[in-house]
Design a protein around this ligand. Sequence first.
Ligand code: NAD
Length: 290
Amino acid sequence: MKIGFIGLGNMGAPMAANLARAGHAVTGFDTAGVTVEGVIPAASAAEAASGADVVITMLPNGAILRAVADQIIPAMAPGAGFVDCSTVDVDSARFVAETAEKAGLLAVDAPVSGGVGGAAAGTLTFMAGGSDAAFAKAQPLFEIMGQKAVHCGGSGAGQAAKICNNMILGVTMIATCEAFALADKLGLDRQKMFDVVSTSSGYSWTMNAYCPAPGVGPKSPADNDYKPGFAADLMLKDLRLSQQAAESADADTPMGQLAAELYRRFVEDEDGRGRDFSAMLPRFETRGRT
Ligand code: NAD
């Protein structure tokens, strides 16, 4: 396939490289002038999109996605696929998909989980929203860049799945960290805490697979001085998107709201920026009740 790839950052660059390595003709564009092995550089987003069978975008936010969509949609031929893999707000995802469909394109919102490691290894999970035809067009590319793609429903359903999942993740990480900090103060050994909780009803991905306590459970960013991993800044972004969506859908999400506020404080007022999101544990360790 002829593929246009726009946004060659930490995630986009390895994803584009994997598509090129698999034998697709990939033309890429990034405003930062990034070059990627095997990817033909274009002078603009429109140039990368022109004549492409599928255009993939991997951009920082919904406002940038809307701006890029305005540039590329007129350059694309009817029947081509527009696959946005960025994590953006549901409203932007739906707006861009609607505009693309009016121009005869097949639009999919397909945010990912798996991080930079998954992007490099080609083991991402895609959560996709769009028509059956649009999903079918993108599927062979998902198979190269990832190990699993779930068709979640119509436009915006991929973003909805992503932010609901990450709202659970943020809330659960906080609960796991505050429970470890409480256990410390009660004199409970962290290994014993892990042994009990990881096999009891408090178990979770954050405890069992990504334990925030160093030296306990499987290897995780806690064992690497809380270097990300999944940065607290990105968790804050996703929690904010969940609250924006909750606001626009009139959904009551008190735990998500509190998690967003705690990560905001951690990232903006404390030392959380650039640290893994599990560094909430050392944050709680140093605090008392007030
Ligand atoms: P990044 O900041 O490394 O990459 C974004 C790239 O987009 C940058 O290289 C930037 O120069 C480029 N860009 C910005 N405006 C542009 C424009 N108008 N035209 C062309 N290029 C433009 O971010 P990332 O870590 O690669 O993340 C990309 C997306 O994936 C985000 O939406 C993020 O939330 C999501 N995501 C990231 C991770 C992760 O672990 N990094 C995991 C899952 C999802």
